[in-house]
Structure formats: structure tokens, C-alpha cells
Design a protein around this ligand. Structure first.
Ligand SMILES: [Zn+2]
Length: 139
């Protein structure tokens, strides 16, 4: 007899041998989880007035979730960069968020964009530190 797993959303899946199910009664099934992620991403994008993405419906759904992840990441750069650099990074990120409306871009380039934003911000921060050090030079 095949055992079944019942998730919080009410969906039932046959138990896969060898797979561990952690508290399924408190969790959504994979499809519902994906849908919820997409709905949350759509909601946040609408709240922030982010551009509608261009692409196939499948690409757009995928890219929306990726872009939403990027959005969360930009909020967290404050934990990995000094304040001035974090602000700079967030400005750069915001520019990408409002200008990049290609689903393909988010799917293929998001990783590179994160790196670019960090590199630029670190470079910028380094310049700021140098400038302020110069101001401290006593005459
Ligand atoms: Zn479900």
C-alpha cells in the first residue's frame, strides 16, 4: 500500500520513498508554495509600481519570483556593506528594478546583477573613504 502525505493546503501526495517530509501538515505542497511565492511577488511588484515583465507567461512567472528575491536581497545589503555603500547599492538596484522589464534578463542576469551592484558599491565606498581621508590631512 502506498502511503500518502497530507499538506496544510489539503493536497495529498503519494509518499516518495526515501524523501523526508518535515511537518507537512504545517506546510504547503510544492505547487501551492510556488503559487504563493508568485502571488506575493506580484503583490509586492504592484505595491512598488515595478514594471510589468515581458516574456512568455512561464518566463514572466519565474522572473517575477527571481526579481522579488532580488528585491529582498537589496533590502539586506545593509547587513553586508557599510552604510554609504549600501545606499549606493540600493540606488543602483532600484534603477535596475524600474528599468529592466525583460523576464529573460531577470532569469539569466540576476546573479550577475547582484555581483555588479556589490562591486560598484564597494568601489564607490572605497572612493568615499579615500576622499574623507584626504579631508583629514592636517596642514
Ligand atoms: Zn497544495
Amino acid at each position: 500500500m502506498i502511503e500518502h502525505v497530507v499538506f496544510k493546503c489539503g493536497h495529498i501526495e503519494p509518499k516518495k520513498p526515501g524523501k523526508r517530509y518535515y511537518k507537512p501538515q504545517e506546510r504547503l505542497c510544492f505547487d501551492c508554495y510556488k503559487n504563493q511565492q508568485l502571488l506575493e511577488a506580484e503583490k509586492r511588484a504592484a505595491e512598488l509600481g515595478l514594471p510589468q515583465l515581458r516574456g512568455t507567461p512561464k518566463q514572466v512567472a519565474w522572473a517575477l519570483v527571481i526579481r522579488d528575491g532580488f528585491l529582498g536581497w537589496t533590502e539586506n545589503v545593509v547587513y553586508i556593506l557599510p552604510q554609504a555603500a549600501a545606499e549606493y547599492a540600493q540606488n543602483l538596484a532600484a534603477r535596475a528594478l524600474v528599468s529592466q522589464d525583460s523576464a529573460k534578463f531577470w532569469i539569466e542576469e540576476e546573479g550577475k546583477l547582484r555581483k555588479h551592484v556589490l562591486d560598484e558599491a564597494r568601489q564607490r565606498c572605497y572612493n568615499i573613504v579615500e576622499e574623507s581621508n584626504n579631508d583629514d590631512v592636517p596642514f
